[in-house]
Write a protein that binds this ligand. Sequence first.
Ligand code: SF4
Length: 227
Amino acid sequence: MIIDGFDKLTLLDYPGHVACIIFTRGCNFRCSYCQNSSLILHKKEKGNFSEEEILDYLNLRKNVLDGIVISGGEPTVQPELINFIKKVKAIGLKVKLDTNGSNPKVLKELVSNKLVDYVAMDIKNSLDKYEIVAKCKVNEKALKESIKILKNGSVDYEFRTTLIKNYHTIDDVKSIYKLVKGSKYYIQNFKMSDDVLDKNLIGFEADELEKIKAIFKNEKNVEIRGL
Ligand code: SF4
């Protein structure tokens, strides 16, 4: 796998768990709000960290870590992902995967063989407006398939959407919810960072977030972050 980022400790990225996090290079989407654009555009031949380095660290710290978060970029574009995860599981640690859901084949293999313990899948927008966020051709069938795999599987998961005022309306949020209803769903507001390519993007105002909160007030599985 090509691994460009590695944080030895995170208490935030795998809620309730002490974990480390790796960031794989490359992504098949080109979201203009991507907080890790340097990972998706990188051209160097080798990653900044080798698999061996990460596995050595996990072996050394397996008594204090609960697991590892595999994020990116989009981890499922890495041909070695499944083999790497098998090596992590052999150490006895949990695996959380962050994914854009574009690769149901890999997701299915991971979920049905319980190679992952938690999956967080981004839902970029309502299906008819997906491509204006992903900035590329998107396979709608693949996304629906990934949603189905997570809903029907026995691995814990969440869906999440980053709200961007330039791309989303409150009606879009309602449409997205139809796709994920019944599942854990997190709505988070966009925040600008140095790595975001499009500096014109903005998040929702507090009053708009309050409106969204009111829409979901009876849905216990929906959480709005950043209010
Ligand atoms: S899917 Fe994720 S990693 Fe890929 S471009 Fe979009 S935000 Fe970035």
